[in-house]
Design a protein around this ligand. Structure first.
Ligand SMILES: C[S@@+](CC[C@H](N)C(=O)[O-])C[C@H]1O[C@@H](n2cnc3c(N)ncnc32)[C@H](O)[C@@H]1O
Length: 391
């Protein structure tokens, strides 16, 4: 069914003391390194860098494999490290830190930040034989970049997709992983491990979050990839972004594909406009209804909880109190409201509803086991509450 790869942990574990933040788990990084070991690439392209933790691991693997001549290109749209924009960290900063600490040598590495892939792919050139797509995970997302990179691939190139299982791991997601769609739809040899006991955090029942494809019939794939733009888009790229991608596609693909692209963009604009007005209005109305029926307690008094608190107050709702895990129990009030544990909350004789403001799956299990009714807000609501971040 799939080709399996023996995970290669040496590069990952040799960096375990380095305080790096890769968005791949040890298992996933081990899988990635296993692919690097098998394919021994000469030209690697990584799109989606974040802090640069994965770039460091790739570099370490190349060193251990003696692939000193291999070129390693990384690209990211954001100049600032997207998870900590306020802290002045630049995207990929961990690569420099790892070099300064002599954990890796600089190698043939080039980082492109602040641009879309079509704007720098020509600089990288052809015969790319190893690609990692790890950016948005929601349509159109990585589909835009896959069609850009296809003409630059070597015959035997492997494309690695991360976050195939993200829709199951992150319960605030509402969209389908575009990487999962791409991995499944491409015709070719697929690398994906059906795991036994060798599993780690985030992995549900050993279901892997990462896989690779060596495309076997590129011509057929092109038609289906353009058609895949017709999936509902989770966000509407700017006119500028769409224009940059369209111009690049027009350099390589037949006019009939460009016509299809134009048609689908029109359809997406229509749907997006409709969704953004009616659909979102409906989501807020539904949330307001939910918080008006019972006594409301917010589970989690971290950043997300505080944002939701302000949002609920702003839309006319009322919070009775906070609920936290036992270890966070405090006698102090927060925002003038009492803080309960699940057990304490269970003893209150009233119709109540917990609004969940935590992302930890084990905590949601605890809430479920408590028997108290709970509600996980829609990602759009969470997004809205971000507007109240600084209150
Ligand atoms: C999931 S993180 C990447 C994680 C990284 N591969 C790792 O393993 O540590 C996603 C990154 O994609 C970047 N990104 C989002 N859209 C992008 C695009 N169109 N092109 C390039 N990078 C993009 C974000 O700025 C962010 O740094």
């Amino acid at each position: 069914m799939y080709k399996e790869i023996e995970n290669w942990y040496e590069p990952v574990d040799s960096l375990s003391k380095f305080n790096s933040v890769t968005e791949m788990t040890r298992w996933e990084s081990g899988f990635l390194c296993g692919l690097l070991k098998k394919f021994r690439p000469h030209k690697i392209l990584e799109v989606g860098v974040a802090g640069g933790g994965t770039s460091v691991i790739i570099r370490k693997a190349l060193e251990m494999l003696g692939l000193d001549d291999s070129m390693h290109y990384s690209g990211d749209l954001s100049e600032k490290y997207y998870r900590k924009r306020d802290e002045g960290l630049v995207t990929g900063f961990q690569y420099d830190v790892a070099c300064e600490r002599n954990l890796i040598s600089e190698g043939n590495h080039k980082l492109y930040i602040g641009n879309y892939l079509p704007e720098y792919i020509e600089d990288i050139g052809g015969e790319i034989d190893f690609v990692i797509l790890d950016t948005v995970h929601s349509a159109p997302g990585e589909l835009l970049d896959l069609l850009v990179v296809l003409p630059y691939l070597s015959e035997t190139a492997i494309i690695v997709f991360h976050d195939l299982a993200t829709d199951h791991q992150n319960h605030y997601r509402q969209t389908v992983s575009i990487n999962k769609c791409l991995f499944d739809s491409l015709d070719g040899e697929k690398y994906f491990n059906i795991c036994g006991n060798d599993i780690d955090r985030d992995m549900l029942y050993g279901y892997s979050d990462i896989g690779g494809v060596v495309i076997s019939n590129r011509e057929n794939c092109i038609r289906d990839l353009f058609s895949m733009f017709g999936l509902p888009w989770a966000y509407m790229p700017s006119d500028k972004e769409l224009d940059i991608y369209r111009k690049k596609y027009a350099c390589f693909y037949d006019a009939k594909y460009i016509e299809m692209f134009d048609l689908i963009v029109k359809v997406q604009r229509h749907t997006w406009k409709h969704n953004s007005l009616e659909g979102k209005r409906r989501l807020i109305t539904e949330f307001k209804r939910k918080i008006s029926e019972k006594k409301i307690y917010l589970f989690g008094n971290g950043k997300r909880g505080r944002k939701l608190y302000h949002f609920i107050e702003m839309i006319g709702g009322h919070i009775e109190g906070w609920c936290v895990s036992d270890e966070y129990k405090t006698e102090k009030q927060e925002n003038g409201l009492p803080v309960y544990t699940l057990q304490e909350l269970g003893t209150l004789k009233e119709e109540k509803l917990i609004i969940v403001a935590t992302t930890f799956l084990n905590i949601i299990d605890d809430i479920e086991n408590s028997g108290i009714e709970y509600y996980i807000p829609n990602p759009f609501i969470i997004n809205q509450s971000s507007l109240y971040d600084n209150l």
